[in-house]
Design a protein around this ligand. Structure first.
Ligand SMILES: C[S@@+](CC[C@H](N)C(=O)[O-])C[C@H]1O[C@@H](n2cnc3c(N)ncnc32)[C@H](O)[C@@H]1O
Length: 420
């Protein structure tokens, strides 16, 4: 069956599935062709946009606009599926299905109920509504979610005689509302659960880095699978696991078996399998350098090993329990990355100052020939390292402003102005 949809044309909205009379036929072999191409918004943490842009461009998609914590591109639902499979640094891939004006919750309800939801997903599916709202009539965004949810369920009730189940669980269909002023944009959240939930971190320990942030950190170091990747203070192993996946060109989406798009009508299992199959064939089996990850906490190493095993990366990482300064450093060079405690959630200041000073000495004495990196959320502690920073990349860990500090560790690295 090939899809035929009658679409409403509106000078502001363009072609969209808003008509109550839309008639759609599905092609089981192809992805839903309902909306040939639409706006796609990919959200991310602050600071990550430059990396997400690169990733999106490398998948052959344009950058239409960029924001503080999102970029906007254009594509089909099949492109959204590719993004979900490949993107390492994004959180959610949102596919625009409709935009309209609404001044208050009743107008929101009215507009949402004109959308042919029954053609997008089955009444047997579970759905969830999420939102970001900045409208004077809404004090709690949960009220906007509720209005959308009611409009969708009532629409199903009227059109097919049954209301689908709904709730806050994001494992089925996820609809996202972005309501700013009087402008509403309604999206299919094709990711469902955020993409940072790769599924490998069964054991997070304390203060773990979000997977998407760890991926952006590794990308920022420029490590590409050649040369060694050394990760003392590895904690639950997020950085070294992301490094393995980057080095092997293994898309993070291969680790997950549930995405929002899978619950939409017309989802083609065959196309998804084909995409995954191609990605698997393009994944390398080995790396050009060694990956060494250590931590002084045996519990951390146990968790990191377990997480790496779940991610299929354990055989490529040499784990060890030791003080960071005793980590074995092969002489050929590469990248060394540390994410020391920085006082917001772990550790005491005096001891931490000592620790950061020690890292400076360790870099200078034992890591010559490497590019050294420290990821920290405490810029005054970073100054204690006592080495000249070559580059400072701004990141955010939740609300904490962080920096990835780069040090070039050549013989006789001079003391000088240090990072922050
Ligand atoms: C902020 S956590 C790292 C989190 C890690 N990036 C993750 O995603 O799980 C800091 C880690 O440094 C380790 N650590 C602190 N002092 C250390 C030292 N002197 N030598 C080795 N590891 C140390 C702690 O055990 C902790 O696991």
């Amino acid at each position: 069956m090939v899809l035929v949809a009658r679409l409403v044309k509106d000078s502001r909205r363009g072609d969209r599935l808003t008509s109550t009379t839309s008639s759609i036929k599905y092609c089981p072999e192809r992805w839903i062709p309902v909306m040939p191409e639409s706006d796609i918004v990919i959200t991310c943490a602050k600071g990550i946009v430059p990396f997400l842009k690169e990733e999106t461009l490398s998948l052959g998609l344009p950058i239409v606009s960029e924001h503080l914590s999102a970029i906007e591109t254009k594509g089909t639902l099949e492109d959204a599926m590719r993004l979900n499979l490949h993107v390492r640094t994004g959180q959610r891939v949102l596919f625009l299905i409709e935009d309209f004006d609404a001044n208050d919750p009743d107008e929101l309800y009215g507009n949402v109920s004109t959308i042919a939801w029954e053609q997008l997903f089955s009444e047997k599916s579970h759905f969830c509504v999420t939102s970001t709202v900045d409208n004077p009539t809404i004090r709690d965004s949960r009220y906007a979610n509720l209005k959308c949810k009611d409009a969708i369920a009532d629409r199903f009730s009227k059109e097919v005689g049954r209301r689908p189940d709904s709730g806050s669980d994001r494992t089925g269909v996820v609809i996202h509302l972005h309501w700013e002023g009087d402008r509403c944009r309604l999206f299919l959240d094709t990711s469902g659960e955020p993409l940072s939930r790769r599924g490998y971190r069964k054991n997070p320990l304390e203060a773990p880095m979000q997977e998407t942030l760890a991926a952006a950190t590794v990308l920022a170091t420029g490590w590409d699978g050649e040369g060694h990747f050394i990760n003392p203070m590895c904690g639950s192993g997020t950085l070294c696991i992301e490094a393995v996946m980057i080095g092997l060109h293994k898309p993070p989406g291969l680790l997950r078996n549930n995405f929002g798009f899978m619950h939409l009508k017309g989802f083609s299992e065959a196309s998804w399998k084909e995409l995954r199959g191609r990605a698997k064939r393009e994944t390398k089996k080995s790396l050009g350098g060694r990956i060494i990850a250590t931590d002084m906490s045996p519990k951390a190493i146990q968790a990191a090993r377990q997480n790496a095993a779940t991610a299929g990366a354990e055989h490529l990482i040499e784990f060890g329990v030791c003080d960071y300064s005793e980590t074995s450093i092969p002489k050929e060079g590469g990248v060394i990355v540390l994410n020391p405690p920085y006082g917001e959630r772990l550790g005491e200041m005096k001891a931490l100052e000592q620790l950061y000073r020690g890292i400076g000495d360790f870099f200078k004495k034992r890591c010559v020939g490497y590019r050294g990196y420290i990821f920290t959320g405490n810029l005054s502690l970073a100054k204690k390292v006592g080495l000249r920073t070559k580059r400072r990349v701004p990141f955010y860990n939740g609300e904490i402003e962080c920096r990835l500090l780069e040090y070039e560790l050549y013989k006789g690295s001079k003391k000088g102005k240090s990072g922050g």
